[in-house]
Design a protein around this ligand. Sequence first.
Ligand code: SF4
Ligand code: SF4
Length: 365
Amino acid sequence: MEAYTADDREILYNKVQETLKKARSNPMTIAKQKKSAVEVAYLEELEIEKFSKKLNDYKQLPLQAKSLDILQINLGYLCNQVCNHCHVNAGPARKELMSVETMKDCLKALDLGGFSSVDLTGGAPEIHPDFKWFVEQLSERNVKIIVRSNLTILTFSEEYHYLPAFFKEHQVEVIASMPCYTLENVDKQRGEGVFDASIEGLQILNSVGYGIEKGLNLHLVYNPGGPSLPGSQEGLERDYKRMLKENFSIDFNNLYTITNMPISRFLNDLKSKNKVEDYMNLLVDNFNLAAVENVMCRDTISVRWDGVIFDCDFNQMLHLPVIDKEYQHIKDFSKKDLENRNILLKNHCYGCTAGAGSSCQGAIS
Ligand code: SF4
Ligand code: SF4
């Protein structure tokens, strides 16, 4: 694989700067921020026991981080899909992309932070014009590189056909969304044609050894199609393995079950069906104290495309940065302060502690 030259990077850097300028004045971005504040207030005003009170009753407050293990980096909200339940509200019209300067700040934080993994997300992170360069920089470091792929990007257009071999070369772990093993359910949630393109993407990844060879990990992510909790992770994994193998000769490593968070598009969907209170009550009634120990904010920080740091991806979508203003940006990264920080909790956090619990790595208890 050819690395980007300094000239290539200069051109891309300028391109991204132009995009960023547009994104900062993009009415959609500004409207989205206002909408997120409304979402937080809306969830806080529901007649349910506040999440922070619940934790206080169990003597869990303040909830503190335990370590800095995973640096999750959101490269931008641009995506080739527009899924019904997307908590990022991503899509082709989004313009936010991380600048090369901020990527370099992330690399510095990685060198200082002692993280074991970098988790690249989006949107579709592979769409970012500096994705290849960034992964090359990461692979020079002793960290596990995770890419959250929607699979359809692998066959979306010719310029992304390099990805499976590139992932293999850099031993990238691929975590791919696959909310069901049937066409009907996947297309309903993620858009027409997504199932077939996802199957093709998985077969291509298998063809280079993903899900088969040691060190080439391919994990799938399941989330429920509606306002219910995920079933047993082990049971679903067995079903997925059998169905995908029998019908499409597909192999993968693990299935992660993730609870739908009551924010963004999923919250809108609940509102339109008048089901917000039912869903929140379901999450509250299934509160699981054991899951609190392992909620992902305790060993992860999430960096937004513009460098702002959040306790997790969900707080990022709600524009709730880490509490202390002195280290709210990745350029001001402070391992000492961030690894012991108090976490900002709101009622959407019930989504992480219901049933078997939920994180970007699946069930947590
Ligand atoms: S593929 Fe992922 S990021 Fe893109 S719209 Fe769907 S859920 Fe959102
Ligand atoms: S939503 Fe974020 S801050 Fe809240 S418990 Fe889950 S991971 Fe932690």
